[in-house]
Design a protein around this ligand. Structure first.
Ligand code: G6P
Length: 610
C-alpha cells in the first residue's frame, strides 16, 4: 500500500528517496513521485507504474536538493494516473505526501474551492495540501499549520509536508497509519516503514497516535495529540539491512517459501524449552491471565484470518476453550456480545492492518479479559497496543502473498494453544512433551516438502491455461484449503475457491468437469475415510484430482488422479507442512503465466485503509 519517504540533509537526498521507494515497493502501489525543494521552486516528478519508471522519467538530470519527499501510491480516491500521484503541490509552495484516507474531505474540498483553490486530481490528499497551505498563510509556520489542520481531520493519515519558503524543516504527522523518523548525523529521514531507511540508519523514533513533528537537520521536535511537547524514545532496529534482498532467488516469494525451515525454528526458539512451553515468554502477566480465560475471540484479515481458523480447531480440541474467529472488517462493525473472561487475539504479519487495528482498539474498550497480539513486526502498533504478545520470527516478508508469515503464525498459535491448555490443567506432561517434540521436527518436515519442488513444477504446467480451481480439505485442513486457494488467486489470477470437502455436494460439485482441477489436502487423519468418499464424488463427474497425501493414506495415481506423496507429518504440525506444497504450486503456476509474482496487480502488502 502507499509508502512515504522523506529526507533533510546537507547532501542531495534524491538517491536516498529513490532507494527508500525501492525498499517500499513490496507494499504494492501503482504510481510513484518525488518532490525536491529548490531555492526557487519545488521540483516534482511523478508517473504511473514502477519506481524504475520514475527513475527513467527523471533521466540524466534528476531533480536534486537537500530536502525532499517521495511516495508510492496505491489508488483509493481516483484512478492510478499521474495527476493523482503524490506529492501534491499547493500554490507552487507546499508539497505533501499522504497515506490513509481523509473521510470528511468532500466538505473541506467544497470550502476550499469556494475560496478559489483549484483541484487537478480526484484525491483527498490534494484537499489536504490546500488546507495546509491555507493554514500556512494564516500561521506563517509549517509545523503550526500542519498541527492545526490534522487535529480537525476525520480519518487515518500519515503525512510528510515541505514548504518551499521554509527550507530548514519537514513536518510529519500520524494517526491510524505508521510513520517513523530515522536519526542520522546532521541529517534526518522519515518513512512509513523502517525498511525504507535501513540503507541510511538503524536508529528510529516511532511516532505515536496524534503526534506531529518538525524534523530539521539537527533535531526533532514532537507535539502530542493535545499539542504538548513530548519526547519519544529512540529505538535501534534489529532488522538486517540485507534481509530485504532476494539472495539469489528469482522472486521474494520463492525465497520466503524456502526460508520456512529456518523461520519456523526461529519462532519456536525462546517459546519452548527441550520439552515444555515457556508461558512467561508471552509477557509478565501471561501466567496470571491465562488460567482465567474461558473463551477466545480471534480477529484478523486475509492469510492471518486463515491462521486463526486453523487455531480454532487446536484451541477447542487441545485447550477445551470455545473459540470464535472473525474477519476484522466484519467484526468491527457488528455489535459483538463479549462473553465473560474472553481473551481477544489479533493475528497480523504487519501489525498495522487498519481493520485489525481498529478491531483491537474497539476490543480494548469492550470488556475483554485481555488482548494478545500475534505479530511479525516488533515495532508495530499492534505489539504496542496489546497486553500480551507472541512474536513470529519470519523476518521481513516482501512478497505481497504471505507465505512464511502464515506458517510462523501457525507455530505461534500452536504454542499459544499449548500454553492455554497447560494453564487450565488440560495438558499432561506427556502430551506437552510430544507436542514440543513435533514442533522441533517441523523444520525437517518442511525441508522434505521443499524437495518435491520439481514434482510441483510439473503439476503447475497443467494449471497454466485453467480459469478455475477448487481446493478441498476437512477438519483442520479446511482452512489450509482456503489458504491454498487464496495463494493461487492472488498471484496467478486463476479463480480459485477453498471448500470444506463435506460441503462439495451442496454447491461446488455443479462446477466440476474435466476442465476443473480439484486439489485435495489429505493427511492420514481421522477424517481420511470421509474425504475419500468426497473425492469419489469428484471423480464420478470427470474432475481432475490432485491429491496431496501421506504415503500411508492409501491413494494411488490413476487416470484423472495425481497423487503427490507427502513426507510423513505428525498430526499437530501437518497443517503447517501441507501448506508448503500449495505455496510452491501457486508460485510455479504464476511464474508460468508470467504474472508479477511479488507484487500482484491491485494488491498491497500492508493494508492501511479500510
Ligand atoms: C494484505 C496482504 C495479505 C495479508 C493481509 C493481512 O491483504 O496482501 O498477505 O494476509 O493483508 O495482513 P496482516 O499484516 O494483518 O497479516
Amino acid at each position: 500500500m502507499c509508502g512515504i519517504v522523506g529526507a533533510i540533509a546537507e547532501r542531495d537526498v534524491t538517491p536516498i528517496l529513490i532507494e527508500g521507494l525501492r525498499r517500499l515497493e513490496y507494499r504494492g502501489y501503482d504510481s510513484a513521485g518525488v518532490a525536491l525543494v529548490g531555492d526557487q521552486a519545488i521540483d516534482r516528478v511523478r508517473c504511473v507504474g514502477k519506481v524504475q519508471a520514475l527513475v527513467d522519467r527523471m533521466g540524466e538530470a534528476p531533480p536534486r536538493g537537500p530536502l525532499g519527499i517521495a511516495h508510492t501510491r496505491w489508488a483509493t480516491h481516483g484512478v492510478p494516473a499521474e495527476h493523482n500521484a503524490h506529492p501534491m503541490v499547493s500554490q507552487g509552495r507546499l508539497a505533501l505526501v499522504h497515506n490513509g484516507i481523509i473521510e470528511d474531505h468532500e466538505a473541506l474540498k467544497a470550502e476550499l474551492a469556494a475560496e478559489g483553490y483549484r483541484f487537478d486530481s480526484e484525491t483527498d490528499t490534494e484537499v489536504l495540501s490546500h488546507a495546509i497551505h491555507r493554514a500556512l498563510l494564516a500561521k506563517g509556520d509549517l509545523f503550526d499549520a500542519v498541527e492545526s489542520v490534522v487535529h480537525g481531520l476525520d480519518g487515518a493519515y500519515a503525512i510528510a509536508a515541505v514548504d518551499q519558503a521554509q527550507r530548514d524543516a519537514l513536518v510529519v504527522a500520524r494517526r491510524g497509519t505508521p510513520l517513523v523518523i530515522g536519526i542520522g548525523i546532521g541529517e534526518h529521514f522519515v518513512a512509513s516503514d523502517v525498511a525504507a531507511l535501513l540503507a541510511v540508519t538503524r536508529r528510529f523514533i516511532f511516532l505515536e497516535e496524534g503526534d506531529v513533528a518538525r524534523v530539521t537537520r539537527s533535531g526533532v521536535e514532537i507535539r502530542d495529540l493535545h499539542g504538548e511537547p513530548v519526547t519519544r524514545s529512540v529505538t535501534e532496529s534489529a532488522l538486517d539491512p540485507d534481509a530485504t534482498s532476494k539472495a539469489g532467488y528469482r522472486h521474494y516469494m520463492q525465497k520466503e517459501i524456502f526460508e520456512q525451515p529456518r523461520v519456523v525454528t526461529d519462532t519456536w526458539h525462546g517459546l519452548v524449552s527441550e520439552s515444555r512451553v515457556l508461558t512467561a515468554a508471552m509477557g509478565p502477566d501471561a501466567e496470571a491471565i491465562l488460567p482465567g480465560v474461558r473463551s477466545v475471540t480471534i480477529v484478523a484479515c486475509g492469510t492471518s484470518f486463515h491462521a486463526g481458523l486453523v487455531a480454532r480447531y487446536w484451541i477447542e480440541a487441545i485447550a477445551g476453550v470455545p473459540c470464535n474467529v472473525e474477519l476484522a472488517s466484519e467484526y468491527r462493525y457488528r455489535k459483538p456480545v463479549v462473553a465473560d473472561d474472553t481473551l481477544f487475539v489479533t493475528i497480523s504479519q504487519s501489525g498495522e492492518t487498519l481493520d485489525t487495528l481498529a478491531a483491537l482498539r474497539f476490543a480494548r474498550q469492550a470488556g475483554y479479559l485481555a488482548t494478545l497480539g500475534i505479530v511479525n513486526v516488533p515495532e508495530s502498533s499492534m505489539v504496542r497496543e496489546t497486553d500480551l504478545s507472541l512474536m513470529t520470527a519470519a523476518g521481513p516478508e516482501i512478497g505481497v502473498a504471505s507465505t512464511k508469515a502464515f506458517t510462523t503464525q501457525l507455530v505461534a498459535l500452536l504454542i499459544f494453544t499449548l500454553m492455554l491448555a497447560k494453564s487450565r490443567g488440560r495438558l499432561t506432561e506427556e502430551a506437552e512433551s510430544t507436542a514440543v517434540h513435533q514442533l522441533r521436527s517441523l523444520a525437517a518436515a518442511i525441508e522434505n516438502c521443499l524437495l518435491i519442488d520439481d514434482t510441483l513444477l510439473a503439476i503447475a504446467e497443467r494449471f497454466a491455461d485453467k480459469h478455475h480451481a477448487l481446493f478441498l480439505g476437512r477438519g483442520v485442513m479446511f482452512p489450509i484449503a482456503l489458504e491454498g486457494a487464496l495463494k493461487l488467486k492472488e498471484i496467478s489470477y486463476i479463480h480459485a475457491e477453498g471448500y470444506a470437502a463435506g460441503e462439495l455436494k451442496h454447491g461446488p460439485l455443479a462446477l466440476v468437469d474435466e476442465d476443473m482441477p480439484v486439489i485435495a489436502v489429505a493427511p492420514n487423519d481421522e477424517l481420511l475415510g470421509k474425504l475419500k468418499s468426497n473425492l469419489q464424488e469428484v471423480r464420478a463427474r470427470g474432475g481432475q484430482l490432485i491429491v496431496f497425501a501421506d504415503k500411508q493414506a492409501g491413494f494411488e495415481s490413476e487416470d484423472g488422479v495425481t497423487v503427490v506423496d507427502m513426507p510423513h507429518a505428525d498430526d499437530l504440525i501437518a497443517p503447517i507442512v501441507y501448506t508448503v506444497p500449495l505455496q510452491l504450486l501457486s508460485y510455479h503456476v504464476a511464474v508460468l503465466r508470467g504474472t508479477d509474482v511479488d507484487q500482484p496487480r491491485n494488491l498491497a502488502k500492508s493494508v492501511t485503509v479500510e
